[in-house]
Design a protein around this ligand. Structure first.
Ligand SMILES: *Cc1c(COP(=O)(O)O)cnc(C)c1O
Length: 376
């Protein structure tokens, strides 16, 4: 039995006719970069997310970098970032000569809260980058409140939660990635909305920031060959845009399929004491980019080895806190231990979850996990 963390080929096969046709259209159009397909995707993303501007770029890391570049920050300015995230979130901060301030996360949601952010604010703090880890929105209401109070920017790293809905206490609903000043996402193939190569996008409702980011993404150029600032080259290929535009139509169905897999796991593991299944908040829908649970009896590494021996794919996102990464040690400042981050790096494990999961395959995975814990 071929079990995979994600089944990109199976997903492609279901929409092969549509995709192949769209790709051939681009090939025949010769508008390979920033063609009409890119504009279509942009419009459809804006409509789907109900956001004023979507700016397609080359990947999710560039999206974060361009967002930070647009804020006009200066060397040494502090940007608050969770220590428990994929490296890209902090990498771009360091790359721009800004100072990443690594903070802990809530051990149940795996995400930042307003309270955590507020404790890290200094006179040098200029921005915070909440990450909507594994597919669930961070506590944006409290984060926005703290950001407003201290006058700092909020950039949502929404690489893992595109399509998730966040509900404020007044009942207003907004899509993840459209709540802060800027939201960014990645269309890396294995993400919930995945291209067939690298791709990403930036979202904002702010006219000035949108204009600035478009210019930065295109060599700092507004009028052709007149360069007003140092920019980057971060364009989206038309082929990727054509593919994404088709897959965007299915994004909500894909999220439903992932949630169904998550529901099955939740149910199957409900009476295993050593497993803390993912905690779902009242404020966000969960689009389950990953199904990440905590193994609370100290046997995470043993489970990892056991599943590997049974050829059941599984992964540890992420095994090392940012402040312990070789590349970031010199930037960690006074931080050398954050209790929840440290705990999560030792306890989390992610099981296969994707849009093509059959009950049969999931049954095999569930049985393997249960047998490790001494079940039948
Ligand atoms: C994938 C990811 C990124 C980077 O996206 P790329 O498209 O691979 O550059 C950034 N942040 C998070 C949280 C991610 O999961």
């Amino acid at each position: 039995m071929n079990i995979q963390m994600v089944d990109l080929k199976g997903q492609y096969k279901k929409i092969k006719n549509e995709i192949d046709k769209a790709v051939i259209e681009v090939l025949e159009s010769s508008a390979y970069i920033n063609g009409p397909k890119v504009k279509d995707l942009q419009n459809h993303l804006e409509r789907y997310l109900d956001v004023k501007y979507a700016i397609p770029v080359a990947n999710g890391t560039d999206a974060l970098q361009i967002a930070l570049m647009a804020l006009g920050l200066e060397r040494g300015d502090e940007v608050i970032v969770p220590a428990f995230t994929f490296v890209a979130t902090a990498e771009v901060i360091a790359l721009l000569g800004l100072t990443p301030i690594m903070v802990d996360v809530d051990p149940n949601t795996y995400n930042l809260t307003g309270e955590i952010v507020e404790k890290a604010i200094t006179p040098n703090t200029k921005a915070v980058v909440p990450v909507h880890l594994y597919g669930q929105t961070a506590d944006m209401e409290s984060i926005m409140k703290v950001a407003k109070k201290h006058n700092i920017y909020v950039i949502e790293d929404n690489a893992q939660a595109i399509g998730a809905d966040y509900t404020f206490s007044d009942g207003t609903v907004a899509k993840a990635g459209t709540i802060g000043d800027i939201g960014t996402t990645s269309f890396f193939p294995a993400k919930n909305l995945g291209a067939y190569g690298d791709a990403g996008a930036i979202f904002t409702n702010n006219d000035d920031l949108a204009k600035e980011m478009r210019i930065i993404a295109n060599h700092g150029m507004e009028k052709r060959y007149y360069h007003d600032k140092i920019g980057v080259n971060s364009r989206l290929d038309s082929i990727q845009a054509a593919i994404l535009d088709i897959k965007l139509k299915y994004l909500d169905d894909y999220a439903d399929a992932r949630r169904k897999v998550a529901d099955n796991y939740d149910k199957a593991f409900a009476d295993i004491d050593a497993i803390q299944t993912p905690v779902r908040t009242d404020t966000s829908t969960h689009v389950f980019h990953q199904y990440t649970m905590r193994i609370t009896n100290g046997k995470r590494d043993e489970l990892n080895a056991y599943l590997n021996s049974k050829k059941i794919p599984n992964n540890i996102y992420y095994p090392v806190p940012l402040y312990e990464q070789e590349a970031f040690k010199h930037l960690a400042g006074a931080v050398d231990f954050l209790p929840s981050t440290d705990l999560l790096c030792k306890e989390v494990i992610s099981l296969p979850i994707h849009t093509e999961m059959t009950d049969e395959i999931q049954g095999v995975i569930i049985d393997a996990v249960k047998s490790f814990f001494g079940g039948k």
